[in-house]
Ligand binder design. Structure first.
Ligand code: BGC
Length: 251
């Protein structure tokens, strides 16, 4: 069994678990702590350390991967659409490695979820172009071609009718503006048609909490591309982070 540790930094919680990379299953129960507020890099690094420490010796020596809802370029976080602005241009991978006391691999949250869906979930075995989108507070995206991730696509920030797309069609906006399903579906239709016309993927996978209600909206979207709900749900970030950590070791 090859095991790596994954940690998912989200707006409200920081969650971690060891992952069996042969199956994509957790080898111990997931542990979650509240995200500190304000969620500065320093404060988050401390909480990440506590999440890992919860598992004690069982995780010693395991590669550690971490996801964050930001662009991550060579270990540096470059954006902060829905997180503390202190992350912009922060040497985040280094800070988190220091905090945890061992080297870590950092990647974008949607990229991690995308990897997990392609290797263990809804797009398992798809050897074409897969576009995974996560509908949460924002919209995250992961573009994976023949199993290889093209990182930091940030398709939640496409401009749509003069708006940042995630300000129109995220699950967060549906809740905030109390959008009815028909209105939300209209916005999703506009969004996915636009993305489809630009990327022509072989498959769309839709994740995020709202995908629990996938039957309410996915069948209503008129697209050329098959569109399916994510399967790993809230496990995807942790699993993808663990995968990235193990992969980084291969060099
Ligand atoms: C961020 C992305 C992130 C997505 C989902 C967006 O606002 O720019 O980096 O993947 O939200 O969390």
């Amino acid at each position: 069994m090859t095991v790596a540790f994954g940690i998912d930094i989200g707006g409200s919680g920081i969650k971690g678990a060891p992952v069996d990379l042969e199956t994509g299953e957790f080898t111990a129960e997931r542990y979650r702590l509240e995200t500190p507020q304000p969620a500065t890099p320093k404060a988050v690094a401390k909480t990440v350390k506590s999440v890992l420490a919860h598992f004690g010796e069982t995780t010693e020596g395991l590669p550690v991967g971490i996801t964050i809802p930001a662009v991550v370029q060579h270990g540096v976080t470059r954006s902060a659409a829905n997180i503390d602005k202190k992350w912009i241009d922060a040497p985040a991978e280094e800070l988190l490695s220091e905090g945890v006391g061992q080297p870590v691999t950092l990647l974008n949250d949607a990229d991690a979820a995308g990897l997990a869906e392609v290797y263990y979930g809804a797009a398992k075995g798809n050897d074409g172009l897969v576009l995974v989108t996560t509908l949460g507070t924002g919209i995250g995206s992961a573009l994976i071609y023949k199993g290889v991730l093209i990182p930091n696509t940030e398709l939640g920030h496409l401009e749509l009718d003069g708006f940042d797309a995630e300000r129109r069609a995220s699950a967060g906006v549906k809740t905030k503006e109390d959008l009815s399903w028909p209105v939300f579906i209209e916005r999703l239709q506009r969004y996915y048609s636009h993305v489809e016309a630009l990327f022509w993927p072989d498959l769309f996978v839709v994740g995020g909490g709202v995908s629990r209600n996938a039957n309410k909206f996915l069948p209503k979207l008129k697209l050329h591309t098959p569109i399916v709900p994510a399967e790993l749900r809230n496990r995807a970030g942790i699993v993808g982070a663990a995968m990235a950590a193990a992969d980084a070791l291969k060099g």
